[in-house]
Design a protein around this ligand. Structure first.
Ligand code: ADP
Ligand code: MG
Length: 154
């Protein structure tokens, strides 16, 4: 795909990652899909915590590893937070996810989504978190042209 815009951010603390995610949370409109890529402990769930706060949610964000998904109420949309790490039944979840992402009152934010990529739109926001040290992370956000409004406010 062409014209993908890349936003790079060097995070030096958990709080730093949350603040970066918070800005993104405040800029989305509903209907977006965010894929978080990174090892266990990279900071994907931490990112969702900041994101939810920025989107105006007061709900408590926790890892949905055992429940597959959590839903948080934000100001402009519902946040559907998935973690597919331990997923076994892909078909049911893929169908559910396809429904969630087709409704622009929702934002879907996904950990370990590689296994369900058929249900993920091509233009989703891709965020890669690399562990560079105990408290440091390199965050790379790939924005499809459909999502440039996320960056315009920078
Ligand atoms: P994941 O969901 O990717 O498995 P979590 O968000 O659950 O990761 O955990 C990330 C861990 O890394 C937390 O314990 C957090 O405190 C720690 N951490 C240290 N530095 C950072 C940073 N810069 N950004 C995000 N998390 C960090
Ligand atoms: Mg996690």
């Amino acid at each position: 795909m062409t014209n993908i815009e890349l936003v790079e951010f060097d995070s030096v603390s958990q709080n730093d990652t949350e603040l970066f995610a918070q800005r993104l949370g405040g800029r989305l409109r509903g209907g977006e899909v965010i894929e978080l890529i990174g090892d266990v402990g990279a900071g994907k769930t931490t990112f969702v915590r900041g994101f939810a706060k920025g989107a105006g949610s007061a709900d408590r964000v926790s890892s949905p590893t055992f429940t597959v998904s959590n839903v948080y109420q934000a100001k402009k949309f519902e946040i559907h937070h998935y973690d597919f790490y331990r997923l076994e039944d892909y078909v049911v979840i893929e169908n559910e996810l396809a429904e969630v992402v087709s409704d622009n009152h929702n934002v879907a934010i996904l950990e370990w989504a590689q296994a369900v990529d058929r249900a993920i739109p091509d233009n989703h926001v891709r965020i890669v978190i690399n562990v560079t040290g105990e408290d440091t992370r390199q965050i790379r956000m790939e924005l499809n042209p459909d999502y440039t409004y996320v960056k315009d406010a920078e």
